[in-house]
Design a protein around this ligand. Structure first.
Ligand code: THU
Length: 137
């Protein structure tokens, strides 16, 4: 990922946050996911009157991409309204790790940015490999 792609991803995440459907929390989040081929898929949080049915911006972007046949990701930018960078929830970390443990996560706040790899955000996570470990037994 070059600097131009990084900046483009941050802008796309900020812009996606404008579409957030967040009438309950009023906390708007946007995500922009970069595939290894340079395509960008965006997502925003989509809340529900039945609160647990809410889907985070990151998972919306990942599900949009996977549903289009994309499973190899290089980076995801996450932008929210708060001053400090938006850190993804545990469920989103798990979903990111399924496809791209080495993916860069760019967390964008109003006045600072933090960049980490998925494996650093979810150390010792459960992954697809556990399901096939005992296949030869
Ligand atoms: N949310 C996200 O979309 N992504 C995150 O990384 C953290 C939280 C959403 C879910 C819910 O709509 C609102 O933010 C408040 O939790």
């Amino acid at each position: 990922m070059n600097d131009e792609q990084r900046l483009g991803l941050v802008k796309a995440a900020r812009s996606a946050a404008l579409n957030a459907y967040a009438p309950y929390s009023r906390f708007r989040v946007g995500a922009a996911l970069l595939t290894v081929d340079g395509k960008v898929y965006t997502g925003c949080n989509v809340e529900n009157a039945s609160y647990p049915a809410t889907v985070c911006a990151e998972r919306v972007a990942i599900c949009k991409a996977v549903s289009e046949g994309e499973t190899r990701f290089e980076a995801i930018a996450i932008a929210c309204d708060s001053r400090r960078p938006c850190s993804p929830c545990g469920i989103c970390r798990q979903v990111m790790a399924e496809f791209a443990p080495d993916m860069r996560v760019i967390m964008v706040g109003e006045d600072s940015v933090i960049e980490q790899r998925v494996t650093d955000l979810l150390p010792y996570g459960f992954g697809p490999g556990y399901l096939t470990d005992n296949e030869d037994e």
